[in-house]
Design a protein around this ligand. Structure first.
Ligand code: PLP
Length: 379
């Protein structure tokens, strides 16, 4: 077998072991899996429920598939969807829901699946940030009618590019494969365009809250860059991934170790949820959590000041992902009326994510914590 073909096969083998799914469809990225799933089910102009704090590319994938995203507010303790939140939108007759395990915190999938099945709603489980997490005793990625994984830049397994759709339905998997086979192949032009768009988005989203006129730029930018939502990889593009997946158990252990170090250095007891009593507080971590990055909620009035302080100290890996999706959603789909999503907005204005995983050692972690503590002392 050619090494390239074998790389794709080995990737599939590893993913099957990690998620226990029968069908693994490799895709250029996770967003392509969302797009293909909605198309494969034949959905057009249907309502698709998405968390109001998820990654913007989920919104793009829904729009690009020809469907209508409806934002659902989330649990303030975890940033994840709840059945209570979904129930408020039953009257909208959604065709699908895309629950996400935000930051590697398991969403309540048993309850969400029960709700979805009772209401004839398809589930796309978004495990893009949660490979390796356990959700109510089962691997993340093992719940959805379709589940998606990402191996893009900064993900749990960072191969810079790549994603997968998982399912147990062979006929559905065949249709997804057929749709993805027509997608453009990842190439240097797509890479350049992706870098271009990422830089533009980073610049825009930082200022969109303080200068809402910037939102008028999203529709023309979506027209320019929406094609980046769906692509496929050539067999040789998978060559580096099996080795990364083999190292993953070691990385998982390292992540867990770093989380314990952050907790100890910041004086955080993860089982305690503090309800905004302190400047920085953790999200609540359900059993099975495997953190993607180390999320902290910072009081919104000083969040950006703290980030600036960290960036000035050279700590550029501290980020404010993920911002609330309302501004971009209303700019891209002004014809849809979106419900209020105050929790997602507060979380978006409070969240910072500190680095975990590969590039970070104990000294760097200590420096980040000290920088946060110095900031706390001065306010
Ligand atoms: C929560 C979430 N869902 C989905 C995606 C989409 O992943 P990809 O970039 O592989 O399309 C991302 C990442 O970009 C993400 O953070």
């Amino acid at each position: 077998m050619k090494p390239a073909t074998s790389a794709a096969r080995q990737t599939i083998h590893h993913l099957r072991e990690l998620t226990h799914r029968q069908q693994i469809v490799l895709a250029g990225r996770a967003a392509a899996g969302i797009w293909a799933a909605l198309r494969a089910w034949g959905f057009q102009e249907q309502v698709v429920l998405i968390p109001a704090n998820t990654c913007y590319i989920v919104l793009w994938a829904v729009l690009h598939s020809g469907n209508h995203p409806l934002l659902v507010d989330v649990d303030r303790r975890t940033g994840n969807l709840t059945v209570e939140g979904l129930e408020q939108h039953r009257a909208a007759r959604p065709a699908a829901v895309i629950p996400c395990h935000m930051y590697g915190l398991p969403a309540p999938m048993t309850a969400i699946c029960q709700w979805a099945h009772a209401n004839g709603v398809k589930i796309i489980e978004d495990a893009a940030l949660a490979l390796g997490a356990t959700v109510e005793g089962q691997p993340a990625g093992s719940y959805g009618d379709a589940s998606i994984l990402s191996f893009g830049l900064g993900k749990m397994v960072d191969h810079q590019v790549g994603g997968a759709l998982l399912t147990d339905d062979p006929a559905f998997a065949r249709e997804v494969r057929r749709l993805l086979a027509d997608a453009p192949l990842w190439n240097d032009t797509l890479r350049d365009l992706t870098n271009e768009w990422n830089s533009l988005y980073w610049a825009l989203h930082q200022f969109e809250a303080q200068n809402p006129r910037l939102l008028t730029l999203y529709p023309p930018l979506f027209a320019l860059y929406a094609d980046l939502t769906v692509y496929q990889l050539a067999p040789h593009d998978w060559m580096g991934l099996p080795a990364l997946l083999r190292q993953f158990p070691h990385q998982q252990a390292r992540r867990t170790q770093l989380v314990a170090l952050y907790d100890a250095a910041l004086g955080i007891q993860p089982e305690q949820y503090l309800e905004n009593k302190t400047l920085c507080q953790p999200l609540q971590r359900p059993a099975g959590t495997l953190l993607w990055r180390y999320p902290l909620l910072v009081q919104p009035q000083v969040r950006d000041e703290l980030l600036r302080h960290l960036w000035e100290q050279g700590i550029h890996e501290a980020t404010r992902w993920y911002p609330a999706l309302r501004p971009m959603t209303t700019a891209l789909a002004p014809q849809l009326s979106q419900p209020l999503t105050p929790v997602a907005e507060t979380l978006g204005a409070s969240i910072i994510n500190l680095p975990l995983g590969e590039g970070i050692g104990e000294t760097a972690l200590q420096r980040i914590v000290e920088a946060i503590q110095a900031f706390e002392m001065n306010i």
